[in-house]
Design a protein around this ligand. Sequence first.
Ligand code: NAD
Length: 88
Amino acid sequence: MCVSGCSESGHAVWAFDDLNDFYDPQLKRGNLRDIQSLARPFEFVQGDLLDRATLDELCASVKFDQIIHWRRGQACGQALNPLPCISG
Ligand SMILES: NC(=O)c1ccc[n+]([C@@H]2O[C@H](COP(=O)([O-])OP(=O)(O)OC[C@H]3O[C@@H](n4cnc5c(N)ncnc54)[C@H](O)[C@@H]3O)[C@@H](O)[C@H]2O)c1
């Protein structure tokens, strides 16, 4: 809903997700297909948010106006340090 809403507003949207199996990955892939079928500017990158090198590379290659971060973490105690490219 977030992606389709941003896309309908005219934004080029990128999604970054590891498609882990905490929730059904087939459901996530189905959601991706639905978004891709909208034929609006959309890019998907599969990767781990905790992989700093991958995020640095992505943020160096794409100028993001905004980053929306939905990861909760699969356990309440699994904290995520804000990364510079997310806060910048
Ligand atoms: N699940 C709930 O019951 C619930 C209730 C209220 C609010 N929320 C909020 O909704 C948001 C999403 O919740 P959720 O339960 O779906 O969170 P989640 O972290 O389990 O999953 C969100 C997405 O992040 C991806 N993800 C998780 N870890 C990742 C990693 N290391 N690298 C890349 N991608 C990763 C998952 O594949 C998933 O698509 C959170 O902000 C949460 O606080 C959730």
